[in-house]
Write a protein of this length. Structure first.
Length: 241
């Protein structure tokens, strides 16, 4: 899948900064100049600069310009998700490792978190995601809940594929994602997740619950992932229509 244009531009700017094209303390060219250089709109250029800003490479000052603050990104994993396509891109950039696959019966507590029917039978896939750009550091720990039929269909694909499990299900069964409902909340990192994330149990974290619905409106996958709060940045872009 081709990367969005703003991601490509951000990567090019990062490489140029690392190579010393603009030393620390120097101002980047203006937004109109950079937009013209890359042949994109100023909105696309701004989205690229947002990635550099979150990475700690630049700071933007109205009336002054955009200044280079460092030549290498800070040690954070950034996810910028605004669409199902962005979610797929994130899946391909963070490598999945399977820890366990086991049947579960949804109890009252799990039903509250996931919206799955209490008493229903599911298959729980416990996994981690690693950032290949940071020596394979674990950036998330997750439990994904699937119906037994879908779990059986993708069982042979889970370990070796970078694709989202929802995309694997579509490839194997034809059931496509129509809508993803996401909830984010601050949590204390559970002990099991902490062991893989390399943080203390109960330390600050972010929990993402993503519920995947198909074209008929049926909920067919729920992913509950936990990230260490001091190493993960979640970014969204709000645009006036």
């Amino acid at each position: 899948m081709r990367e969005p244009r703003y991601v490509v531009i951000a990567g090019d700017l990062m490489r140029k900064i690392a190579a010393g094209r603009w030393p620390v303390g120097e101002l980047l060219p203006t937004e109109p100049e950079l937009a013209a250089e890359y042949g994109v709109s100023r909105e696309t250029l701004r989205r690229a600069l947002q990635r550099l800003d979150v990475a700690g490479l630049i700071s933007r000052h109205p009336g002054t310009g955009t200044r280079v603050e460092r030549s290498a990104p800070v040690a954070e994993f950034t996810a910028q998700l605004g669409s199902v396509e962005d979610l797929t891109q994130y899946g391909e950039s963070a490598v999945r490792g399977i820890l366990s696959v086991e049947p579960v019966t949804v109890d009252a507590a799990l039903a509250t978190v996931t919206d799955l029917a209490e008493g229903s039978r599911q298959v729980c896939v416990t996994s981690t995601r690693r950032d290949p750009g940071r020596a394979g550091e674990v950036v998330s720990w997750a439990r994904v809940y699937l119906g037994p039929g879908d779990a059986k269909a993708v069982a042979g694909d889970l370990e070796g594929s970078p694709q989202l499990i929802a995309d694997l299900i579509e490839a194997r069964t034809g059931r496509a994602v129509e809508r993803v409902v996401q909830r984010v909340r601050a949590v204390g990192v559970p002990a099991e997740a902490a062991a893989h994330l390399g943080v203390e149990p109960g330390s600050p974290g972010l929990e993402f619950v993503r519920r995947y619905y198909d074209a008929s409106g049926a909920l067919f996958e729920v992913a509950v992932s936990t990230h260490a709060g001091d190493r993960f940045v979640y970014e969204t872009v709000l645009q006036r229509k």
